[in-house]
Design a protein around this ligand. Structure first.
Ligand SMILES: [Fe+2]
Length: 373
């Protein structure tokens, strides 16, 4: 009799940092495991073992195993593989070796890729995976799901989407969308998602690009009856305002040549006047997060934010900077292959070029930024 497969996903590489990253993988039964890692010039027989969680436990669980790797060198390629052992009978499964590159804040060039609003569409995910190149960082910029009404959807949706290894050649930063925080099981998503600082908002530096990831929360007020008292995003947005004001003063951020923000809901929209004072009781929802902008705008302007990359509207759009809104707003497309986009950023010391690509190979929008420092 064939035994059920124990390991249900590739080693998913999340939350890359200059000194490490986190590896998260799915299992079908109670298991423990570890990650073996080595540099490209070390032989497999000399692999190191990462097996110590923050409380001294070896990674273990019945759905997800995860381990954070620390003390690695910036901008270096490592090979990793997971080893997983069934608790019941010691059956062991070992993954293939997978290449991972740590972030390099001092590199002369950098690349990012951003997707949004994939909403569990396997056809879209497959096409985006085939079309998108590798990158220093891949931002999965929200709405990976269609509300978490079934707790069993969380692990496959995030760790094995469309049965692909989406973090091969592009380690993932998870950006939270309004659907990712929605539903009775959304509070369990942090069990599966890693972040560099353990929070849904954080910053990272890749070469000349400083990036800040923010969580715009839901698209209706916290007391909306459909949320059933489960969310407190007004407070989360306020905390991010406090954090952001400090983060933009940090070395590597205050002096970065290029300054980019990723957040699922746009902070600007083209027809804002008709989108204010919505009656949320009648099914209306925010197309852009004015409540976030009111809290974050001053810090974003002080920092010199050049670009905000978002999704949410399922409509690829570029809104130029204006005197009272001096950051460009780029919004990616939607959930079906005909309207999906992948956004690419490529920076060197001369320019940051950002383009939004449709899946038919055409470019929806492209814009260049000059270095600020
Ligand atoms: Fe969406």
């Amino acid at each position: 009799m064939d035994r059920t497969e124990l390991v249900m996903s590739p080693p998913v590489v999340m939350a890359p940092r200059p000194d490490g990253f986190e590896v998260v993988w799915a299992v079908s039964a109670r298991a423990r495991g570890w990650v073996e890692w080595r540099t490209a010039d070390e032989s497999p027989g000399r692999a190191h073992v990462a097996d110590c969680g923050p409380y001294g436990f070896v990674p273990q669980g019945s759905q997800v195993l995860r381990i954070r790797l620390d003390d690695l060198a910036p901008g270096r390629e490592y090979l990793i593989r997971t080893v997983t052992v069934a608790v019941t009978d010691e059956h062991q499964e070992v993954s293939d070796w997978k290449s991972v590159r740590t972030l390099d804040p001092s590199a002369t060039s950098a690349t990012f890729v951003a997707w949004n609003d994939t909403h569990q569409r396997d056809d879209t995910l497959r096409a985006l995976d085939e079309a998108s190149p590798g990158a220093d960082v891949w931002v999965w910029n929200g709405d990976v799901c269609n509300n978490w009404n079934d707790p069993d959807e969380i692990v496959p949706t995030i760790l094995n989407p469309a049965g692909r290894d989406l973090t091969a050649g592009r380690p993932m930063m998870f950006g939270w969308g309004n659907h990712d925080v929605r539903g009775p099981w959304a509070h369990r998503v942090p069990d599966v998602v890693a972040s560099p600082n353990g929070l849904p908002y954080h910053g990272f530096r890749i070469g000349p690009i400083a990036a800040i990831v923010l969580s715009t929360g839901e698209d209706k007020p916290d007391d909306h009856p459909s949320f059933a008292g489960r969310v407190s995003f007004a407070e989360l947005r306020r905390r991010q305002a406090v954090w952001l004001a400090e983060q933009i003063t940090r070395p590597g951020f205050v002096d970065a040549p290029y300054r980019v923000v990723f957040c699922h809901m746009p902070l600007r929209w083209s027809d804002e006047r008709v989108l204010t004072d919505l009656d949320y009781r009648t099914g209306k929802w925010d197309q852009y997060s004015r409540v976030s902008r009111e809290l974050w705008h001053d810090a974003l302007v002080t920092w010199g934010t050049q670009l905000v990359v978002s999704g949410h509207t399922h409509r690829c759009a570029l809104i130029e900077a204006e005197p009272d809104a001096p950051y460009v707003q780029l919004t990616g497309g939607g959930h079906t292959p005909d309207i999906a986009t992948w956004i690419e950023g490529r920076a060197d010391h001369q320019q940051l070029q950002v383009s939004a690509h449709r899946l038919d190979g055409t470019i929806a929008h492209q814009i260049e930024f000059e270095p600020l420092a």
